[in-house]
Design a protein around this ligand. Sequence first.
Ligand code: FMN
Length: 130
Amino acid sequence: MVDLQSTRLTEAILRTAHAWNTQNGITGVLCEGQGVFLQVLEGERGLVTRLYSRIFADPRHTDLELIHCESITKRHYGEWSMAHVNLSDVDPQTKIIWPDFDPYSPGGALVMTRIADLIAEGRTVDAPAS
Ligand SMILES: Cc1cc2nc3c(=O)[nH]c(=O)nc-3n(C[C@H](O)[C@H](O)[C@H](O)COP(=O)(O)O)c2cc1C
């Protein structure tokens, strides 16, 4: 079953993200599943902070938590203005990589590894390249 409301919300977010992130050198990944968004933002520290505050204030979601923060010398998702991974139940491959999608319990480093695995697996990314 496809949740049209959620699909439209995600499409709107990805449209905004593609435009703003491209202009501001932000790259990353937006994962969604079981009513939860999980996002990686990469970019210049000040710009990431600015974007994080805007996302924080966005009333279209609640209970935002910062799971992991680190300085990096090379981007992991530099080719995407915002890649999109749908952790939908209909994707058996995704279920193997992340059977019980729960970004809160594992540590931040493990969450980052899981996301990298999803991207490496490749088939679930459907956002446009930046
Ligand atoms: C889960 C989620 C992720 C988002 N990711 C981005 C993003 O990567 N880039 C972006 O510009 N807006 C993103 N947005 C939209 C922002 O929250 C905000 O609506 C947008 O930046 C416009 O901000 P403004 O209303 O203050 O102008 C995201 C929203 C949500 C709910």
